[in-house]
Write a protein that binds this ligand. Structure first.
Ligand code: ZN
Length: 203
């Protein structure tokens, strides 16, 4: 299999420009996972690779849960590979919730899956929602890690920005490490360009 960066580049999913991220920070690059996952064969290949890592760890997963919208495709394919159930959480007035009749049992082993983990904020919110119903969070996973959180087996330690609990394993296929800036010291802003929200101009 090609490496993850090549897969993103070949799918036109590794965008270069001047982006305003959901965290409010600026970046020259943006990863548009939906462009990679528009090919179900690629989605299934990536999910299989991620599932192999999780199976190899010996962790038992009853259910995969993704925060909508970004994590749903990756999580659904991962659930298929793990022979697990799939549910998703979604925001209602900015609050992460479990809707649509999805139920979680006490003691159910749940793995949280995102497309990309940056600080892991949404993944953690999804975890808290299902934990309230008594679920065990057995692991976090993502296709790609942005380098702030420590993945299973990696020697790189988590940065302060990482919100994932350090006592739960985190699996990702690869790291994408590029700089992000506060708006006041963004070199792209200093060059006079304006940061755009990914998606606002057709990307
Ligand atoms: Zn900027």
């Amino acid at each position: 299999m090609k490496n993850l960066e090549d897969i993103y580049r070949d799918a036109g999913a590794y965008l270069e420009g001047h982006f305003l991220l959901s965290s409010g920070k600026h970046s020259q690059f943006y990863l548009q996972s939906a462009k990679v996952l528009e090919d179900p064969k690629v989605a299934s290949l990536l999910a299989k690779k991620l599932a192999d890592m999780i199976k190899f760890s010996g962790i038992k997963v009853d259910t995969v849960c993704s925060p909508a919208l970004g994590g749903i495709l990756a999580g659904y394919e991962l659930a298929r590979e793990l022979d697990a159930r799939f549910i998703f959480t979604e925001r209602v007035d900015k609050v992460m919730t479990l809707r649509r009749g999805f139920e979680v049992s006490k003691g159910e082993n749940i793995l949280i899956c995102e497309d990309i983990i940056t600080t892991g904020g949404s993944a953690l919110e999804a975890a808290k929602v299902v934990q309230k119903s008594g679920a065990n969070i057995v692991a976090f996973s993502a296709l790609a890690n942005r380098g702030f959180c420590k993945t299973d087996g990696s020697s790189i330690s988590s940065k302060n920005e990482c919100k994932l609990p350090c006592d739960v394993p985190f699996f990702a296929l690869d790291d994408f490490i590029f700089d992000i800036y506060d708006s006041e010291n963004c070199p792209l802003c200093k060059d006079g360009s304006i940061a755009i929200k990914p998606g606002s101009r057709g990307n």
